[in-house]
Design a protein. Structure first.
Length: 394
């Protein structure tokens, strides 16, 4: 079979540190591919006025498969100030390249597995009579990735047509006298097609990997229309999966439940913002950002990335201190996606062994404050962590 080409987008900051580490691991596990570097991130905003250049979109359009590190995003006004002098005043407006990437390729299914590794000192524990209890967490969050509150349809001082359209709703009376400049609106738009797809993918995944429940985590008692549509579609799709229980929780209650009995949850499915929240919550129970991996899957293109950002305060540290595991696990998700599941499992097993042994730990696993002195306190470098994983591949 012809070798695949993977589009690699390290991006900014520690994205540039961790992405090459993941490539070392998948290569050591026997995965052979061609890699095509593609530009994304802050430098391209500053110098080209476009954080996601067209050439990057073309590369992904062609090869369909991307590995992404992280980017730096800054608020609109700061983005304008940092633009190169030649581009100042040309009307360019900054927008997050990763959000754009998800929308451009309709990467509507985000998958965020949160699984605890035995022996990780960052694992969630709870008190019990005479000691502590460390439940195994194995939750996989399916997050609708393109719509909802992150759909980008929002205004401060909305145009008159928007105001009058809203005025057709009786509840808008409350806001009718608010001056435009004092009125901020962010919309939450759900489509039935996107609800069906994310819920369908969640159930199919639960069935394939033997999870006993799918939890729809929304807020239908208040968000009757959008969350209500998710709920209604979930009930219909659940009929095709009689062996999988459909649970419903509200996002607020879910945040409480998951810190009491996280082991009860299997697959969870949510809209864009609630999926973002609940997946960060679960990630915190299994080690935090150094362990949180994700997939963005569209009908044609798929991009895999750790959920952490560019951690600018650590980017200049040499040797680097950050944990490469989130990026390596994201690369494993890419292998799963293209049918190289055995290689991915081998890598996950190797990570599990390194963590269980407990000899090699990055600073975050030791709860240290990041800085150049973490090595004196027993933490290892990013590279040493990767080397340890590779050594365990056998
Ligand atoms: P961040 O995820 O970059 O870092 C927050 C903190 O988490 C770090 O200071 C560090 O203590 C820890 N951390 C993150 N990754 C780690 C790793 N691999 N190993 C060990 N510790 C790790 O989030 P922050 O500081 O809020 O944002 C920094 C920049 O990243 C911003 O410009 C933000 O817009 C961007 N960002 C980009 C994302 C993406 O590319 N998908 C996601 C989140 C933030
Ligand atoms: Mg997030």
């Amino acid at each position: 079979m012809a070798k695949r080409t993977v589009v690699t987008m390290p991006g900014d900051g520690i994205g540039k540190t961790v992405l090459p580490e993941a490539l070392r691991v998948i290569s050591a596990a026997g995965f052979e591919a061609d890699y095509e570097h593609a530009d994304i991130g802050w430098d391209f905003w500053i110098n080209e006025g476009n954080a996601l250049p067209d050439r990057t979109l073309k590369a992904l359009e062609k090869h369909k498969l991307g590995l992404f590190g992280a980017i730096t995003s800054k608020p609109k006004d700061q983005a304008g100030v940092e633009l190169s002098p030649a581009l100042q005043g040309t009307g360019l407006v900054y927008s997050s390249p990763i959000v754009r990437l998800r929308q451009y390729f309709d990467l509507d299914v985000s998958i965020r597995p949160c699984r605890s590794f035995l022996g990780n000192p960052l694992n969630f524990v709870r008190k019990k009579e005479g000691g502590i209890d460390e439940p195994k967490v194995d939750a996989v969050i399916f997050r609708q990735n393109t719509e909802g509150l992150y759909g980008g349809i929002e205004w401060t001082d909305p145009p008159e047509q928007v105001r009058s359209a809203l005025a057709t709703h009786p509840r808008f009376k409350l806001f009718a006298d608010t001056p435009g400049e004092d009125l901020a609106i962010s919309t939450r738009i759900f489509t039935r097609a996107a609800c069906k797809r994310i819920i369908g993918e969640a159930f199919a995944f639960a069935k394939k990997f033997g999870y006993k429940s799918v939890t729809v985590c929304e807020k239908p008692n208040v968000l009757r229309e959008t969350s209500g549509m998710m709920r209604a579609e979930a009930k219909l799709i659940a009929e095709d999966y009689p062996d999988i229980a459909l649970w419903e929780t509200n996002i607020d209650a879910q945040m409480m439940w998951m810190t009491k009995n996280p082991e009860d949850y299997g697959v969870l499915v949510s809209g864009n913002m609630f999926g973002d929240i609940v997946s960060d919550g679960f990630a915190g129970l299994v080690g935090g950002l150094g362990f949180a991996c994700s997939a963005n899957i569209g009908k044609e293109v798929a991009v895999f990335e750790p959920t952490h950002g560019s951690a600018p305060k650590y980017e200049a540290l040499s040797p680097p201190i950050v944990n490469p595991v989130a990026m390596i696990l994201s690369a494993c998700m890419m292998l799963d996606h293209i049918g190289e599941v055995q290689k991915a499992d081998r890598i996950r097993d190797a990570i599990g062994k390194v963590i269980a042994e407990g000899k090699v730990r990055t600073y975050d696993m030791m709860r240290l404050t990041g800085g150049p002195d973490v090595f004196d306190k027993g933490a290892v470098t990013t590279t040493a962590m990767t080397d340890a994983v590779i050594a365990e591949l056998g």
